[in-house]
Unconditional design. Structure first.
Length: 133
């Protein structure tokens, strides 16, 4: 199968600008210029709206970032307070345990003073022997 070549319309069917009356050319030129101005105006409006939209998105992102930063800050402060309270509780427990141990030791010393003195003397002797050098 052979494709037939496409034929173009005869040359006389084409309208050349020189064939048109001068008024038609000027009218079409004015219409084209008016269309270009309208298109330019529409484009300027679209760009203006796009700028407004971008500014709105930027403001929304800024507000979101500020909100997230504030949340993170409040969580950090809450964690700091919790750690501080827990540390203070552990210190109180250690102080209570030390006070209790001191009270028990004082009671035993009062209950058995001679034994306590002998234990202290033996501990001192061992300490001196170990750390003499």
């Amino acid at each position: 199968m052979r494709a037939e070549p496409r034929t173009l319309p005869p040359v006389q069917d084409y309208i050349m600008p020189s064939d048109l009356p001068q008024n038609d050319v000027e009218a079409k030129l004015r219409k084209t210029q008016a269309d270009a101005e309208v298109a330019g105006s529409d484009l300027e409006q679209q760009v203006s709206r796009l700028r407004e939209d971008v500014a709105g998105v930027a403001d929304a992102l800024k507000a979101l970032a500020s909100e997230r930063a504030e949340d993170a800050r409040s969580q950090a402060y809450a964690l700091r307070d919790e750690v501080r309270e827990r540390g203070e509780r552990y210190v109180r427990q250690a102080q209570d345990a030390a006070s209790e141990l001191e009270a028990q030791l004082s009671e035993r010393i009062r209950a058995e003073p001679i034994k306590s003195v002998l234990i202290a003397a033996a501990s001192g002797y061992l300490y001196a022997r170990l750390f003499r050098r």
